[in-house]
Each structure stands twice: as C-alpha cells, then as structure tokens.
Unconditional design. Structure first.
Length: 318
C-alpha cells in the first residue's frame, strides 16, 4: 500500500496536517483552535468536489489524535437510510469512548447530502441525544440538500475554490519534489486555471502530463486538459445546450465508449460548475440538471448498461 501511495501523486501529496491544507486562514485558525481547546462542535464541511472537505475532516481527527476505534466513517452515498442511522450509527454514537484525554467518539458522514430526509431527521435527534458521547462531521457537495433542522445543529464551513496563488505554490512544490521540469509556464497556468475547482483532479493531471525524455529527465508537457474531455463529449455539450434530445440519444448510443461513460459524470459536473450560466435555461434549469446528474452518477457503477444510464440522465435533464 505504501508503494502505491508513493506512485500516485494524489495520495502522496494529500495533506496530512492542517497546515498543509489549502483553506482560508480564517477556517484554518478555527480548526487549530478546536485542536487546542478540544472543544469540538458538530461540523459540516460543504463545497464543490475536490475542495478538500473530506481531507479537512480527516486531518482534523488526526490532529486531535482520535483513536481509530472511536471513529466511524460512513460513505452516505452508499449507506443513507433511516435504518442505518438507527441500527448502525446510533449504537456507536451512544457508547462512550475510553480515551481519557478526549472521551468522545466521532461519526464521519461523507457525502451526507445523499442521506434521505428520514435519515436526516433521525440524525438530527441522534445528534442531540448523543452530545455527551459523540460528535458528528458531515461533508456535502450540495448543502441545500441538508434539512434546516439538521443544519441548525451543525457549525458549517464552506470550502470554496481556492485562490490561484496557493494552488500554484502547491503545484510548484510538487513538481520540484518530483524533479519535473516545466516545458511551458503558460500551459501550466492554463492547466491550473482550467482545473482549480478540483485540486485532487489537478494533481492527477500533473502526473498524467509528466513524461520522461530519452535521457530520463522528467518534463511536464501539457497535452491532457480535463475541462476539454473527449471530442465526443464536446459534441455532447453542444447538443445538450440546444436541448436536442433525439440527436443526443443517437450520439450517446452510437459514439460513447466505456471510457466516455465512466468519465462523463465528472466532466459534466465540472462543466456545470465552471459555466453555470450556460445551463440555467437548458431543460428545466441548472438545479434539475444537477439533481439528475447526481442520481445517474450514484447508480452508474451498478447498472448493467452504462450507455443507457447516460441516455437516461440526458432525457431526464431535458
């Protein structure tokens, strides 16, 4: 596992300390104060994909030196029912930690915006009932999907797209550590600007675009830009903006490969985040498109026909 982590930059350079995260100084100072005082509220980290929500929660727990046995990590995109809250999460949260320095257990609900409304209502009650024994850390891409009654019991931190300067500093530090020469600074800046909403993906692209010359020297030569996607995806976007469902159905059915369907969901959400105004008047509006995109992405890995899944999203969105 350690060898794999060394090979994958996105794992190798994932922040392990609060000081390594790309957050605003205000949020970072509050996190450090939580660690200093050991006075932890129930938390919600919200913001677009790749802005460090899950990482921030994990490094906070590391900084608090919480025992692994006192942490329950739940991916709410998979486990999101009211029964899960009552039968799995509640027994853990209501039992006491034996850690004398920080006698609190932590429930980490990743992608909590996938929780059903009934599960959120049950969680609201559980947060109050277990305050003496547990704290809850939630993450959400779409905080509006968290019911108000649950929101009111959480201290919310919005992790927005970082400024370009700290991103550039992180990128240059990675390239320097990997002994990578930059072929074109303009191309590097363009790559950062095009993917600054998702730091995780940006680091992946840095590694993808790093090649070795005949002498074994590493060079960053930008040829892959995630915001462009494949040619067929570009054709898809043109037809989607026109609302041409028939042409889209034919395009996806005849042109989309397995790779195209797998990459589609990430490319589409990136497009909506970067150019939201382009989609306000498409179909039933931007919110409707995002909703159906989320539904399609959740089921994509388990459906038998992935091409039909993309077609289903397309028709539902339009």
């Amino acid at each position: 596992m350690s060898n794999l982590k060394d090979k994958l930059w996105v794992a190798k350079y994932a922040p392990s300390k609060l000081t390594e995260t790309i957050m605003t100084d205000e949020i970072k100072n509050k996190m450090e104060n939580f660690v200093k005082t050991k006075n932890i509220p129930n938390l919600l980290f919200a913001g677009p994909a790749g802005t460090g929500k899950t990482t921030t929660g994990k490094v906070l727990l590391d900084a608090l030196e919480v025992d692994k046995g006192d942490i329950m990590f739940v991916n709410a995109s998979d486990i999101n029912s009211v029964d899960a809250v009552r039968n799995m999460i509640k027994p853990f949260a209501m039992s006491m930690s034996i850690n004398q320095e920080l006698p609190i257990r932590f429930v980490f609900l990743d992608e909590a915006d996938h929780l059903s409304s009934q599960a959120q209502a049950a969680l609201r009650n559980l947060i109050e009932a277990s305050y003496d024994s547990a704290r809850f850390i939630l993450t959400a891409n779409y905080p509006k999907k968290i019911i108000p009654a649950l929101h009111s019991r959480l201290q919310t931190f919005i992790l927005e797209k970082p400024a370009l300067e700290p991103i550039l500093e992180r990128v240059l530090a990675i390239l320097d550590n990997e002994s990578v020469d930059i072929e074109s600074e303009d191309d590097l800046v363009s790559l950062i600007q095009g993917n600054s909403t998702d730091i995780r993906k940006l680091i992946q692209l840095l590694q993808q675009n790093t090649i070795e010359d005949e002498e074994g020297n590493k060079i960053l030569r930008v040829s892959i830009k995630s915001n462009e996607g494949s040619a067929v995806f570009s054709d898809y976007l043109k037809l989607f903006k026109k609302g041409d469902s028939k042409a889209l159905r034919n395009l996806v059915y005849s042109k989309f490969s397995d790779t195209d369907t797998s990459e589609f969901w990430t490319l589409m959400i990136d497009e909506l985040i970067k150019n939201p105004d382009d989609y306000e008047d498409v179909g039933a509006g931007l919110d409707n498109t995002i909703y159906h995109l989320n539904e399609g992405q959740k089921t994509h890995e388990v459906v038998a026909n992935k091409v039909l899944n993309v077609i289903g999203f397309t028709l539902a969105a339009l």
